[in-house]
Design a protein around this ligand. Sequence first.
Ligand code: SF4
Length: 374
Amino acid sequence: MHSNIVGGSTAKRVINCPGSVTLVQKMPPKLGGDAADQGTLCHNAMATLLNDPSLEIKSVLGMTENDQVITEDLIDEKIIPAMAALTEIDPDGDMEYQIEAHVNFGNLLPNVFGSADLIGRIDDCAIILDWKFGRGEVDVEENEQLLFYAAAAMRTKGLEWAFAGVSEVEMVIVQPPAVKRWTTTVARVKQFERDLVHAVTASQNAAAPLKVGDHCRYCPAKPICPQMTGAAERALKVQIKELDPAKIGAYLATADLVEKWIGDLRDLAHQILESGEPVPGYKLVPKRALRQWVDEDKAYAALTKLGVDREELVETALLSPAKVEKILKKSKLNLPDDIVVAVSSGTTIAPESDPRSAVVFLPEQMKTALLKLG
Ligand code: SF4
């Protein structure tokens, strides 16, 4: 569960662009993907291990989150280095800590909260630690997400033990195999809190400013943001001949933003159409179908009967229909129709004028009724 005003992962955006809060609230919730599921899974595995130190690391093997599974590779690449990082931070095992701590600002900022991976303390130093299991490199210095957790944790009932009388706050990002550490002061965290209060207050104003920057990267409101649509329109109007090299560099920065905007806009249109709502001028069509074997054993038998060598058909498994078709062509043979089937891997958006038929979505009740009939 996330705050719909600001949380740890959105603090950078809201501080830099208070106007984004209202725009993001208009967007449909984004669905997580495999990468997000794998991140959640690794977080859950770490929480399991740290909540019960008697467990062996291998005990998390086979844990699942949707389609993602903790494999031997994930244990070697992510979990073991993440556990080793804790030994680096706390070599003598002196750290008191709480895992997955719910943190909030109480009455100072109602409905603003988050969940910190680890809040800890060693002597006079409070520790705020975040595990990152994705690929994108993250800096620890002045990291808004960690400053948000620190500021909120200082105000959270039940976490006073971590901050009472401390002189320093250490921020740690563990992104296996990297461990990044930045030590700051309580005064810096309090300054961040003032900036956050200022941004959240500004965000409640209808005329809250919208400001473009690298914080736009993960902003879900890009497809409807006037700053972005304006950038797209300006980019389309640019006269190439009038540009000089210095300007091209500046336009490239805009191009990066517009590129992300276009991708997010397509995703949003796809999401709206999949929900059954119209997007004028567009429809969903099946993705290009790829041929598969109806039954690999039968296909293998049929192909060897045609006289093709086993070595030619198999590398580690039976080659794809497209590759086998090429082999057959050398002997002027055709791929038998009855051993392949074309399967589409999903839908994609296309203009109404596209000759392919639109995909028809059945309402859930009708699907259930048909399943019962079947
Ligand atoms: S895309 Fe950028 S400028 Fe627009 S609302 Fe999001 S953060 Fe603000």
